[in-house]
Design a protein around this ligand. Structure first.
Ligand code: ADP
Length: 426
């Protein structure tokens, strides 16, 4: 193994694995830290944690466990992957995990950049843009778990980091790899431990790649991955993404409330395709878990009658205003935990009904569903949209799945995904 990666959520891990596959690496993604040594011969392993929104100390402990396993498998460089919208709170977890990994690797300097230009995430003068707008105007300011209200990443990172945070700005990036290397040396001599890096296009990331060659730790979104495989002499190859032929019924499970997912749910419904919605505002105080069980049973009974005809959508996705009302009623964390549990139970039920082709929308939602389906690793296949590939999990006959992070994908993502899979079987 060449590159060892630690991702702070499951969809983010897939997004990174996807970019590595497209740049020529054979990649395996694991859910959680494996207990056994690596069995297949791959160039990179992405260990997917669910550490984005847990207490910082737990995120640190899990990340260090992953580091230990990856180093034991021979990883020569470590990549800490977080969301391209830099999802975090002033308590972390990006800063604390970065620092813990730096300490463990005796690494004095690292970079931090969520830039992913293919997906509209660009960093300019240290400010993160999501599409045409600043991060804090993109809808992310209303995120249920990690509301992002400041687009200045130097400030955001400094708020959760002991080390001094600096910036490698666009004027340096324009000059190329040698200038980036000079800037890194200069920042190090000024006592900077972590530098945010501007990147507005893929050329920036390709210039950055060689400058990271000897860095023990890289921290980034998934974009930086496109410049790394070349450091090991690897270039794009098509067969790395081949998957077995798809079988079984199709289902979409959506717990993401991001604007893109709201659009995808609306688009799917507008096509007249079948959907069933969880309405947590209808849960009365008292025994919520029992009410969830009843809802899950209703959703599954509804799905059972329809699965033979094509994909079904079961969702909790809602608009920001309704989400706020639910959170005010049930509490933010409790509402999320209950909703994730409901969708995880739905997944288990759908699997029993014969579903083997899954679209799962939402980072936390994917984590909950994949855990419930007892999937521990998967092979990365063809890309559906930037950052979102089809994957194949042979364990427990789980089949093919795509884990879609909230803001990813075009409005027709749900139907497009199944169309691509139907045409993609090897
Ligand atoms: P994204 O990738 O868009 O951030 P996530 O699944 O990571 O999506 O996060 C969305 C969170 O919101 C999850 O914890 C989910 O359970 C919760 N959620 C989804 N729908 C609702 C709802 N209707 N009411 C309350 N919470 C919800």
């Amino acid at each position: 193994m060449k590159l060892g990666c630690i991702a702070d959520d499951f969809t983010g891990a897939t997004d990174l694995a996807n970019n590595l596959v497209r740049s020529g690496m054979r990649v395996m993604q694991t859910f959680g830290v494996p207990t056994a040594p690596l069995s297949s011969d791959v160039d990179a392993v992405v260990v997917a944690l669910k550490s984005r929104t847990i207490p910082a100390a737990e995120a640190v402990a899990q990340s260090l466990d992953a580091l230990k396993w990856l180093k034991a498998q021979g990883a020569t460089q470590i990549y800490f992957k977080y969301c391209s919208t830099f999802d975090s709170t002033p308590a972390g977890n990006i800063g604390p995990v970065t620092e813990a990994l730096m300490d463990a690797l005796n690494c004095k300097f690292t970079i931090a950049t969520p830039a992913f230009p293919d997906n509209g995430r660009t960093v300019f003068k240290g400010y993160l843009f999501a599409g045409p707008v600043l991060l804090n105007e993109s809808g992310m300011q209303n995120h249920p778990l990690t509301p992002m209200t400041d687009a200045n990443l130097v400030r955001v990172m400094q708020a959760q980091t002991q080390r001094k945070v600096g910036l490698i700005d666009h004027t340096v990036m324009a000059l190329g790899t040698a200038a980036i290397e000079d800037k890194i040396r200069q920042l190090e001599s000024e006592g900077v431990g972590v530098a945010i890096v501007d990147a507005t296009n893929n050329d920036d990331l390709k210039k950055l790649g060689p400058a990271l060659k000897n860095m023990a730790l890289v921290t980034a979104g998934s974009g930086v991955a496109i410049g790394l495989p070349l450091n090991w002499g690897l270039t794009s190859s098509a067969h790395a993404s081949a998957l077995p032929k798809a079988q079984g019924y199709q289902a979409i499970v959506s717990g993401s409330c991001s604007l893109a997912t709201q659009g995808q749910v609306a688009h799917y419904k507008a096509m007249g395709l079948p959907s069933w919605q969880f309405l947590p505002m209808s849960w009365s105080a008292g025994d919520v878990p029992t009410q969830i069980k009843a809802d899950v049973a209703k959703a599954l009974a509804w799905a059972q009658a329809l699965l033979a005809q094509g994909p079904v959508l079961i969702y909790a996705t809602t608009d920001a205003q309704t989400l706020q009302q639910v959170q005010a009623k049930l509490g933010r964390e409790q509402a999320s935990a209950w909703m994730e549990s409901a969708l995880a139970q739905v997944s288990v039920g759908l699997q029993a009904l014969g579903v083997k082709q899954w679209v799962i929308a939402g980072g936390e939602t994917s984590g909950a569903c994949v855990q419930a389906l007892r999937i521990s690793q998967m092979q990365i296949g063809e890309q559906i949209d930037p950052g979102v590939p089809w994957c194949y999990a042979p364990q427990h006959e789980a089949g093919h799945l795509t884990l879609k992070s909230g803001n990813f994908g075009t409005p027709d993502f749900f139907t497009k995904a199944f169309n691509i899979l139907a045409g993609a079987g090897a």
